[in-house]
Write a protein that binds this ligand. Structure first.
Ligand code: NAD
Length: 408
């Protein structure tokens, strides 16, 4: 998907063929075996990956994913998207991504800690505050980042908070980082609804994936009076036509670790949920959820891509032909996370920490800037919002490579 999108945009930008591979191919791709002692005494070996897409604009930056289906190819695609996202947002980074093929739900806390520390040890030569800065993603959280930072710091002999972002605030994390992606998704969804003349108060939203991004998006939308009519996680979803009571839902999730079984709505499947009539649909779970099969049947006005790569290229072509769905593409829509990660890194390097209002105001300013540039490009050049966002990001990386030379 990432390569197909890149090729289309390279054609659109009329990039000379001799420049294309250099901008496309990842600079480094690392595969490591991660042996972990399980609680029963057996040793299991997990496969870990880190891909650094380009080093032209500064260190690389991107999340670490724990999921059974993590592969080198998936990580490489996500690293490439991070490059375009960082460039679109004007951040001094290349893209990276990493992951371990494992099911974190089936590991004890001790096993998760041993896996994280060993994976970090394996990639130590390739990461660091000026080299590559991991962050949380699917299946990882603040605690995982704390273990990574601690393992790296132990090797250096002193604390190095700037090696990862998305850490607990107590260890040099930034206030507002945990909420940043969801806050950004809600901000841009409101911005898009505003562009279309849909008032946020009274609008309806459906959120697929009720993890970090999905739950924060839902609560931020609700704050502006939007009714969250359905949410889901990997086990299934819940639906209430008049809007779910999020406070009660969050209590249920805290107790049961799933939205399934919540008594404030009816149960609904993940496929069915995507097709509900609503003003706003937020896929905030996995890749490839909006496909050729369901794209023509979506009944939303705005598709706000909280997840990375939720829409396949074939679905994208179908959506581009539908003037009734406004797409906020992933590299713009979920960029709030990397923006506040950047703020966290800057604060760590300076050992000078900001308040929540400063973080959120600066976040909204950067998102507003990127949204209006993308909308302007899309309208002036008559291309989809996705092509516009990708073209802005890819062109900046390409121009930077031309300015620098062959080294990075
Ligand atoms: P998370 O692990 O906190 O939550 C993921 C949620 O999706 C969980 O509720 C899980 O049960 C659900 N889910 C998983 N597979 C599903 C499926 N097949 N159908 C329905 N639900 C499913 O992860 P997150 O950090 O919220 O990340 C979600 C997405 O957002 C990912 O695509 C990630 O790459 C992207 N993203 C995250 C951040 C961030 O800061 N966390 C930043 C940018 C993009």
């Amino acid at each position: 998907m990432a390569c197909e999108q890149y090729d289309l945009v390279a054609d659109f930008l009329e990039m000379p063929v001799c420049d294309r591979e250099r901008v496309k191919l990842p600079k480094r791709a690392i595969t490591v075996a991660v042996p972990v002692q399980r609680d029963d005494g057996c040793t299991e070996v997990f496969m870990g990956y880190r891909v650094q897409h380009h080093l032209t604009l500064g260190p690389t930056k991107g999340g670490i994913r724990y999921h059974p289906e993590v592969t080198l190819g998936e990580v490489a695609a996500l690293a490439m998207w991070m490059s375009w996202k960082c460039a679109l947002m004007g951040l001094p980074y290349g893209g990276a991504k990493g992951g371990v093929a494992c099911d974190p739900g089936k590991l004890s806390r001790g096993e998760l800690e041993r896996l994280t520390r060993r994976f970090t040890q394996e990639i130590i030569p390739f990461v660091g505050p000026q080299m590559d800065i991991p962050a949380p993603d699917l299946g990882t959280n603040e605690q995982v980042m704390a273990w990574m930072m601690d393992t790296y710091s132990t090797y250096q002999g002193h604390s190095v908070p700037g090696v990862v972002t998305g850490k607990p605030v107590l260890l040099g994390g930034s206030v507002g980082r945990r909420e940043a992606t969801g806050r950004g998704v809600a901000f841009l969804a409101n911005r898009a609804m505003d562009t279309l003349g849909i008032p946020s108060a009274g609008a309806t939203a459906v959120v697929q994936g009720y993890g970090n991004v999905g739950s924060v998006t839902a609560s931020n939308l609700a704050r502006f009076g939007t009714r969250i009519v359905a949410v889901s996680d990997v086990r299934g979803g819940v639906y209430h036509e008049k809007g779910l009571d999020l406070r009660r839902l969050d209590d249920h999730v805290a107790r049961h670790r799933t939205v399934v079984g919540f008594d404030g709505g009816e149960s609904i499947g993940n496929e069915e949920l995507l097709l509900l009539p609503c003003d706003l649909l937020v896929p905030a779970a996995m890749e490839r959820q909006i496909t050729e099969e369901n794209a023509a049947k979506l009944r939303c006005r705005v598709l706000a891509e909280g997840a990375n790569g939720p829409t396949t290229p074939a679905a994208d072509r179908l959506l581009a032909s539908r003037s009734d769905v406004f797409v906020i593409p992933d590299i713009l829509c979920n960029a709030g996370g990397v923006v506040v990660s950047y703020f966290e890194w800057v604060q760590d390097l300076q050992s000078f920490f900001w308040g929540e209002t400063e973080v959120t105001d600066r976040l909204y300013r950067l998102l507003e800037n990127a949204f209006s540039q993308t909308l302007k490009f899309s309208r002036e050049r008559r291309v989809s919002m996705r092509t516009a966002a990708l073209a802005l990001g890819i062109e900046r990386v390409w121009k930077a490579k031309q300015l620098r030379g062959l080294f990075p």
